[in-house]
Design a protein around this ligand. Structure first.
Ligand code: 1PR
Length: 577
């Protein structure tokens, strides 16, 4: 097998990249010292997390001169995400830390406010273009290559790519092109930025090709095979979900979520059944046992197979929630890690894993294990993000008890410091609490369109822990604002009252949470048919929508949801094979 060298310098989900490279027919060899760089032909510099952390680690380990030499010698180099950012002079994220300086531009942070006053979520998480190609031409400073039928490293104008970042390289027409770079751009809200950039032997992508399905694998393959330019695959690819045609046929009614496609997530609640096998289950208001005699745990299928099925149906992300791991120690939960490993071999979209991420003591060894250690295990097994439930509520309570002081020690803070906030999702399990008037409670209330049996018209949303078994005196607004301050990058917003009810999302809850934070929010609980997805995207500015039961029971496929959205004029990612 031909080889490619990967720089091993920081934590992160490198497994997915290795899987993607192997899928392209290449073998990975690790670079573990600057000496190894000299012996390498093709190098990939993956990057997740913090620009300063990445560049300082590279610098203190002595890699920077070796990488400079490698690039100057004309050997192929590919930087992914922070690996692309490393090519530039610096970043607002760490002003005192210099980059490689190959391109004299600095990265800026996305503002949560667009110029027209509308809002966008930060970090930017989702699927966007890398298609409008610009290259220097003899007569003008920049030439749009989109219509020429030429593809740069396999990039396709109708494909979408997975981005997750808070910092970006602003695109100024002609600037990079004058220096000989070819640039592919994406637009998020009011900001057009560099999605991919290449010159000679160097390629960088802000998006994650290893998480961008077949479209991303094409880019990796083109780099590995040294195919800089080729005929565009725009007509050659065969979307299984022909939503791109539906999108094309419709007038553009929708710019997506600030340019991102409407993100659809399939969620698999996993737990051991009564025979001890890990199965996908699904509750009604979190009760996962059958109502009939015997009350077995509902068994809806095998996790790895179901994840793959949803990937081939076009799911933009897959989430696993290990729903009983608040009881058990996930370090002992090797089958769950194995599920992640096997899933990441065939599912090339982001994978999130939740359940049991907290400081604990391993019952087998009596040794203390931190939330960060647990997260590390999950990342090393193929997770891109970890989701924290119960521990986030307890951390938020401590945050308020200490007068909003950040301890730096919570799982959210330690994991986001090491892996970046974009890798930390907080899963919220709220329950409605009805009151007659806001003055009855100190919590954040909303007037509800569905009063309770006693006619009470106001609700607050109480946070719960341990899978809804324990309700706390903390409301969702308090929770999400606290975890945002701690560095969480995304909110997975369940609703216990709606879970498994198939009557649509809790729009009041979603509106309340969206107005409280800038990080992306995923709507969860209640989806029973494709029009519920349309409703949540039209009536709220939620960033993604998650479904579980309706997919597991085979009532609808992810593809049907996307087709429905596309027909309704909402922007979705076409699935490509
Ligand atoms: O507290 O950090 O150990 O994490 C435990 C995780 O497990 C939390 O994210 C919590 O939401 C989840 N969880 C715990 N118990 C249950 C249960 O169902 N008994 N599941 C549970 C949460 C909610 C969603 C579900 C949506 C959509 N499940 O995952 O998929 O409600 O369902 P629908 O579309 O069928 O309505 P920790």
């Amino acid at each position: 097998m031909p080889k490619v060298h990967l720089v091993d310098y920081v934590a992160g989900n490198i497994r997915s990249l290795v899987n993607a490279i192997e899928k392209c027919g290449y073998e990975v060899e690790w670079i573990r010292s600057p000496e190894d760089v000299k012996n390498a032909d093709k190098i990939i510099l993956p990057g997740v997390g913090h620009f300063g952390h990445c560049l300082s680690s590279l610098s203190s380990a002595g890699y920077l001169p070796a990488i400079h030499e490698h690039i100057a010698s004309g050997k192929p180099f590919f930087g992914i995400c922070v690996g692309l950012q490393a090519l530039f002079t610096g970043s607002e994220e760490a002003p005192s830390v210099p980059g490689l300086g190959l391109i004299p531009t600095s990265l800026r942070r996305f503002s949560p406010k667009n110029n027209d006053g509308s809002r966008k979520s930060v970090p930017c998480i989702g699927w966007n273009d890398a298609s409008t190609l610009h290259q220097q031409s003899p007569s003008t400073s920049s030439r749009d290559l989109s219509a020429t039928g030429k593809s740069f490293y396999g990039l396709n104008p109708t494909s979408k790519y997975y981005y997750v970042h808070s910092y970006f390289v602003p695109y100024t027409p002609g600037e990079l092109e004058k220096q000989g770079w070819t640039v592919a751009t994406a637009t998020y809200g009011d900001q057009t930025y560099v999605g991919a950039v290449g010159r000679g032997n160097v390629l960088g992508t802000q998006f994650h090709p290893e998480k961008s399905g077949a479209a991303g694998l094409r880019v990796i393959k083109a780099f590995l095979e040294g195919r800089v330019w080729s005929e565009s695959t725009a007509t050659g690819s065969s979307p299984v979900v022909s939503v791109s045609e539906v999108n094309d046929a419709l007038p553009t009614l929708d710019n997506g979520a600030n340019g991102l496609t409407r993100r659809i997530i399939a969620c698999l609640d996993v737990r051991a059944n009564d025979s001890g096998d890990l199965v996908v289950t699904k509750g009604d208001q979190y009760d996962v046992r059958e109502k009939a005699a015997g009350s077995q745990v509902r068994n809806l299928g095998k996790p790895v197979e179901m994840a793959k099925r949803y990937y081939t149906q076009g799911a933009d992300e897959v989430t696993f929630l290990n729903i009983t791991s608040f009881r058990d120690c996930p370090v002992a939960d090797l089958p769950m890690l194995e599920i992640l490993r096997r899933t990441s071999e065939t599912v090339f979209v982001p994978l999130t894993i939740g359940g049991g991420i907290r400081d604990m003591v391993d019952p087998a060894t009596n040794k203390a294990i931190s939330a960060l250690d647990v997260a590390k295990l999950y990342f090393a097994s193929g997770a891109d993000k970890v989701s924290i439930g119960s521990d986030a509520v307890l951390a938020a309570e401590e945050y308020y008890a200490s007068g909003k002081r950040l301890s730096g020690k919570t799982g959210i803070e330690t994991i986001s410091a090491a892996y970046g906030g974009q890798a930390v999702v907080v899963s919220v399990d709220p329950k409605r609490v009805y009151v007659s008037s806001p003055s009855e409670t100190a919590h954040h209330t909303v007037r509800t369109a569905v009063p309770d049996a006693q006619g009470r018209e106001f609700v607050w949303f109480a946070c719960t822990i341990k899978g809804g078994r324990e309700t706390r005196d903390l409301d969702v607004v308090q929770l999400v604002t606290a975890v945002e301050a701690m560095g969480a990058g995304e909110i997975l917003l369940n609703a216990i009252d709606r879970d498994g009810q198939n009557n649509g999302y809790d729009l009041e809850l979603i509106g309340l949470v969206k107005s409280a934070v800038s990080v992306p929010v995923i709507a969860s609980s209640g989806a029973g048919n494709p029009s519920h997805f349309e409703e949540v995207f039209r009536k709220t500015d939620v960033d993604a929508a998650l479904g579980a039961g309706m997919f597991h029971r085979g009532e609808y496929t992810v593809a049907q949801v996307k087709e429905h959205l596309a027909r309704a004029g909402l922007l979705v990612r076409p699935f490509e094979e």
